[in-house]
Ligand binder design. Structure first.
Ligand code: FES
Length: 57
């Protein structure tokens, strides 16, 4: 589901992460973190972010 929350700490949805990759030039997890703030608090969602980065490339 596109609006599923991937990062609970920062309330970042899958849609925002995909958007950062497709439309904002993110090519890796660090870029997604910089653009969306996902993964910048507890870090437990980083594996999920990585999966999305891999599946969108
Ligand atoms: S769930 Fe993403 S930083 Fe905590």
């Amino acid at each position: 589901m596109e609006d599923e929350i991937i990062c609970n700490c920062m309330q970042v949805s899958k849609h925002e992460i995909v958007d950062s990759i497709k439309n904002k030039g993110a090519i890796n997890v660090q870029d997604v973190m910089d653009i969306t703030s996902a993964g910048t608090a507890c870090g437990s969602c980083i594996d999920k972010i990585e999966e999305i980065v891999k599946s969108e490339r």
